[in-house]
Design a binder for this molecule. Sequence first.
Ligand code: HEC
Length: 121
Amino acid sequence: MIRKMMVVLLGLALTFTFTFSGIAGEKGNKRKGKYTFRTTCRECHKPDASAKEMGPDSKTQAQWETVFNKEKGKYKELKCYKEGHWKDKKKNEALTEKDLLNIFTYLHAHAFDSPSPAKCK
Ligand code: HEC
């Protein structure tokens, strides 16, 4: 009986963690995120391009969390997002939620105040 209850409780705890952790707690694919960031965002966000140079170490982890916050949708207010530049070039379609999570995971992991800050090269 106690064992059964333990299993149920553990299940509940796990469900709770996955449901309420939000984007910052979800696991994206860093490697894919880096690829998408380089192919999609760097085109404009690199030295001598139309927008400010940007890489993971351009912001702190908290700042990246703010940009990519799903509920508040801060990125939806960005000029480049509104103008439809967050796009998968090969498919010619808007980036998916999964793509955004991957990009976020990459930027967050190497943010300015992360254990391993990095530029995007
Ligand atoms: C077609 C060019 C273009 C593309 C592609 C593009 N951006 Fe931008 N972005 C801009 C411009 C222009 C601005 C506004 C001026 C500035 O801040 O440099 C901007 C602003 C921003 C800002 C706000 C500035 C800041 O420092 O906080 C963020 C964050 C941002 N872009 C992230 C991204 C991300 C992430 C991607 C890829 C998913 C992306 N951009 C793709 C042109 C682009």
